[in-house]
Write a protein that binds this ligand. Sequence first.
Ligand code: TTP
Ligand code: MG
Ligand code: MG
Length: 358
Amino acid sequence: METRIILHVDMDYFYAQIEERENPSLRGRPVAVCMVSAREGSLGAIAACNYGARHLGLHSGMPCFLAKKKAPDCVFLPARREFYVEVSSHIMDELKGYCDVMEQVSVDEAYLDVSSRMAGFQQVEDYLRRVKSAVLGRERLTCSVGAGPNKLLAKMASSVNKPDGHYIIAPDGVDSFLLDMPVSKLHGVGGKTEQTLSALGVATVGDLRNISLERLASDFGAARGKLLYDHCRGIDASPIAEREREQYGRLASLRTDTRQPEELSKSIRSLSEDVHRRLIAEGVEYRTVAAVFVLKNLQMRARSRTLPAPTQSLDTLADTAISLMKEFLSEESSPIRRIGVTASSITHSTGQKSLSEY
Ligand code: TTP
Ligand code: MG
Ligand code: MG
């Protein structure tokens, strides 16, 4: 197989960085973003911490009530997940322009196959800088990027110089990167695997290379054994699997909290135009339309409708969302803070569309 060049992009302290961007007075202060649990108002576990909060010993997964005891001066904010997903979709759209195939693996990270974009690894550094500044230019957020000949190494590389860093593992640098590394740092080696390996005398990735495939297969099963055998050698043939996007959405804040149908309709039309542009760009049709409402108290509601047949029509998108919005106003009394339009039940468009639909 030709040498591949794979990038792994991961946003820095993603949710917390977005909150810092939205509210500059948070800069320099420790910030933790907390999931809001079902019980009204009560905070669940920490989703994201900025570096200041990490220095105080906070980390994601920690219950917020414990974190508040540990770091009373930290700023705790409720997560606004739909907003972060929206920011994420802009970043992913930007990244798509820098590769042939992209695999988004979570809200804040993606693999990019950039093999055809450069002659070899000597050109990667320049390219990484361009990708980082494109993300910064689009959303004013920093990310860390790793490059390597496969997903395994690209992913490990992206965390080496976090935050706002990059790191490149060229094929001739794989061994020096891996050999002395503690085996626990190898992607996919968790606590239990580490214990079993330790009983075999394995402390570093280099040590793991001395264990035969047969032995690994008998201790860990054939599939996992082979994976460990390959990973300690920096081998990973897994492809970049482009995932179909399941929905296309846009959400925006209103100038003031409102229940004015005209103003809401205006926002819906403009959001629909954005969503429609992306549908056209990717040659897909939708069959389900949703209108999304973030209420004054930050609770989120949605209304959706499935159409008789898939379409790419802008008018259908906007008109359906507007009718859902009117329905919503007649059922709920809260003012609306943010409004969104989502197109889902996505299929690839088949027929030629009439020009008027563009
Ligand atoms: P990560 O990329 O794991 O973490 P991060 O971006 O906050 O920090 P880093 O700079 O180390 O990359 O996760 C991305 C986002 O996913 C994170 O900002 C919040 C969310 N998340 C959770 O909601 N719960 C979790 O347990 C984790 C790990 C992340
Ligand atoms: Mg991240
Ligand atoms: Mg991540």
